[in-house]
Design a protein around this ligand. Sequence first.
Ligand code: FAD
Length: 248
Amino acid sequence: MITWQAGKIVEKKQWATDLYSIKIDADPLPFKAGQFTNIGIEREDEMIYRPYSLVNSPDDALLEVHFNTVKDGRFSPLLAELGVNAPISVANRAGGLLTLDQVPETRTELWFCATATGIGPFLSILNTADIWQRFDKVVVCYATKTAADMAYRDDLNRLLIQHPTQFRFAPFITRETADGAIHSRFTTYLESGALEDLVDIAFDVDSSHIMLCGSSVMITDMTRLLEQKGLRRHSRQQPGHIAIEKYF
Ligand SMILES: Cc1cc2nc3c(=O)[nH]c(=O)nc-3n(C[C@H](O)[C@H](O)[C@H](O)COP(=O)(O)OP(=O)(O)OC[C@H]3O[C@@H](n4cnc5c(N)ncnc54)[C@H](O)[C@@H]3O)c2cc1C
């Protein structure tokens, strides 16, 4: 059973139609960068809730969630209606395997591949010191439908300046052409070999670890293509190379 704590929305940002981030003031929630928790809204004596990844890093005072609204969805349209000062409930536990402690010690190259709001857990990890101390190379492949949907792009560009030799950022926009982004899916790029050329890093069974977050279509396609390169799904019981979190 979920134990809830009371929180309050203290900031809200709309990035595009149906795309938001909110910051929540609540009691400290112990979590590892990359994990998710449940967010709840009380309606007519019922708690409606869904899991959401935390965008903030564990040291930050406020919790941050990045979300899109799903047409006819039960929860996300309610969440989008809430404004600053609205009460919101936060579960008192976090979970999920997109965390650095799940990456086998020998890996030196870490790939994050996200569709849309799936960038959230990776931002949390990218904003910790651990990742930059531990990995030689960090690659972010981030795909959205439109340029306006590419939330947090400035933060990712800032990381490029801070970590010019370690960090590679590959933005993909699928439904329009946009400056500084590739008009394609990253799965198409991976399949043709262009993705590895673009970032100048090859997938390798000894050194690569890949985290995938977002739509099930992307996760299925990426997993199939990476398995063809000899990489295996990761689980707590069977350490591998590909850790996933499916949003839908
Ligand atoms: C571990 C985990 C972490 C998650 N973290 C996030 C997050 O950080 N940000 C975020 O926006 N969502 C996240 N999700 C998805 C989120 O929990 C909800 O499923 C989503 O917001 C839709 O809820 P809903 O009640 O509005 O729709 P529902 O009424 O639950 O679902 C309606 C339909 O919409 C589909 N659907 C669900 N999500 C999406 C989507 N994003 N785009 C298109 N169709 C969708 C479902 O498959 C379902 O068929 C996460 C899911 C999981 C399992």
